[in-house]
Design a binder for this molecule. Structure first.
Ligand code: I3S
Length: 127
């Protein structure tokens, strides 16, 4: 599937790029920052991080293992210039107080993700 496909329920809203991801806190507890390149999939209510494209990742997943994901209901998304020296960094804070940074070298790419995630967060909070 290409980037920009729109859907409902568990259908994919956006995928198609690798982004740099760092989890900087877990439930309010600070994490050591560790940037990794990850294949990100946005669906109707969450972001999921895969090591490789979703199809490959699901095929390679060990039984009982779930890919790392972020529930977007009640989350906040904002640009940040303070949490990293990198350019084009957005921050997602979940309702449980976990913080994630996403970054891409291409501004257009990260803007596309910012807009799509923001739209998803808004649609979840508006019922
Ligand atoms: O916010 P920090 O601690 O300056 O983030 C940097 C560190 O995570 C660093 O790793 P070490 O903890 O091994 O020093 C990373 O290599 C840097 O990329 C982090 O800073 P940026 O500004 O790239 O987010």
């Amino acid at each position: 599937a290409g980037a920009g496909a729109m859907g409902t329920s568990s259908q994919v809203e956006l995928q198609g790029e690798y982004l740099n991801k760092a989890k900087i806190s877990d439930g309010g507890k600070k994490h050591r920052k560790n940037w990794t390149s990850t294949w990100v999939v946005l669906d109707a209510d969450q972001l999921t991080f895969y090591k490789e494209s979703k199809q490959e990742a699901l095929a390679n997943l060990k039984p009982g293992c779930k890919p790392d994901g972020v529930a977007l209901c009640g989350a906040l998304i904002d640009w940040t210039t303070e949490k990293s020296s990198r350019s084009n960094v957005l921050q997602i804070t979940t309702h449980t107080g976990s913080e994630y940074l996403l970054q891409a070298d291409c501004y257009t790419t990260i803007c596309k993700w910012y807009d799509a995630i923001k739209k998803t967060v808004n649609s979840l909070s508006n019922g």
